[in-house]
Write a protein that binds this ligand. Structure first.
Ligand code: F6R
Ligand code: MG
Ligand code: MG
Length: 372
């Protein structure tokens, strides 16, 4: 049997420059040197380091499978080294996402976010990596659904015989820590009923249903770690990432990108407490700015080759075809901002990650009068 390849995308915010805006290049250099060393020791086959706004992103290929202790420990130690650089430079939020004092087997539940797939590579294996800043994992629900479930986005669902049987969605209930599998198109309405509540039900993986692919190999995977729940208090939005495989019986890369052609609303933005448009941008615009946003998504396209990453990757959103989407996102940002402290721009009270309500309730405690 062919050796399997694992693709791991593990990220953390361990410090940024000028507030929560952008990872400092010295952190990326420190991460590269850590992963280069691991590659020379044979822990990983290949790597690529980048950032999404203030989140440092480690892309690694290896033969160790998902949830590998070796690879997660490498990611943790790399984030620790970068934290040291961030502290030396007095960067903002140095070490923010390293919530545990010491590594204990797996980065999940310790602060960093991870998306991983283990697959038998096809002769040509195109993959897209999507990295969001200033939003939450459920922000991926709509685009992932559109790629693998919506025939108005992915024409292949109707006209490619190997996509026509649809896809299976694994959905996590991130409050109850449960999961369910729902098949599309058969159970599409049930699926949508759940994933429309994107703060709670989150698409974790997508599996093929066509006989052309092994049924247990995911074709998409999203990081669903929820920092606010892990830490039990506000420590920043989760800023999720996703891996999506494309072509040849899966959505074409162009269909994968079509899912981002209009700027839908997501939760996060400033202080993790506002709804706003998701803006897709190329790496030249890889930062967050206005009101700490607007929430952004960056995309890189690779080919895998025997567990290596063919470089340079394609900057997926650096294209004139997405200019109208960005313009519309900027207009929606204006519109939403004018609501100021009012919902639905500001999130409902129970979803805000900052709140002064307990203090206000205390301050005005004796002043509330009963009304008949
Ligand atoms: C959102 C985010 C930022 C901060 C904001 C205030 O996820 O990271 O919008 O919430 O810049 O940050 P502090 O409280 O650190 O000044
Ligand atoms: Mg930050
Ligand atoms: Mg971030």
């Amino acid at each position: 049997m062919a050796a399997k390849t694992t693709l791991s995308l593990i990220k953390a915010d361990v410090g940024s420059i000028a507030g929560h805006l952008i990872v400092h290049p010295d952190l990326e250099e420190a991460a590269r040197s850590s992963l280069k060393d691991a590659k020379s020791r044979g822990v990983i086959e290949d790597y690529y380091v980048t950032h999404a706004g203030d989140d440092l992103q480690l892309v690694m290929t290896h033969r160790n499978g998902v949830d590998s202790r070796k690879v997660h420990e490498l990611a943790w130690q790399t984030f620790e080294k970068c934290t040291k650089v961030a502290k030396d430079l007095h960067l903002y939020g140095a070490g923010q996402d390293l919530l545990a004092d010491a590594f204990s087997g797996n980065v999940r539940g310790m602060g960093p976010g991870s998306a991983e797939i283990e697959i038998v590579e096809r002769p040509a294996e195109p993959v897209a990596l999507f990295m969001m800043d200033k939003t939450e994992p459920g922000a991926f629900n709509m685009p992932i659904f559109r790629m693998f479930g919506d025939p108005f986005c992915s024409a292949g669902l109707v006209i490619d015989p190997s996509m026509h049987s649809g896809f299976r969605f694994e959905v996590c209930d991130i409050e109850e820590h449960k999961r369910i599998f729902l098949d599309c198109p058969d159970e599409m309405y049930d699926l949508l009923a759940f994933i429309g509540s994107k703060g709670r039900y989150v698409i974790k993986r997508v599996y093929p249903r066509s006989g052309k692919f092994p049924k247990d190999e995911p074709v998409a995977c999203v990081s669903t770690d929820k920092l606010s729940q892990i830490a039990g208090k506000y420590v920043g939005k989760d800023d999720p990432v996703a891996i999506v495989r494309a072509q040849s019986g899966l959505p074409a890369m162009g269909e994968v990108l079509e899912a981002w052609s209009w700027p839908f609303l997501v939760s996060g933005w400033n202080r993790g407490s506002h709804n706003g448009p998701l803006m897709v941008v190329g790496m030249d615009d890889n930062r967050t700015s206005r009101f700490d946003g607007p929430p952004r998504c960056f995309g890189l396209g690779f080919q895998l080759a025997n567990a290596t990453l063919v470089k340079p990757p394609v900057d997926l959103f650096a294209d004139a075809a997405f200019e109208p989407t960005r313009r519309q996102a900027a207009e929606i940002a204006d519109y939403m901002r004018r609501h100021g402290p009012f919902e639905p721009h500001r999130l409902p009270m129970d979803e805000m990650e900052y709140t002064t309500m307990p203090d206000l309730m205390e301050k005005h405690k004796g002043k509330w009068e009963s009304v008949k």
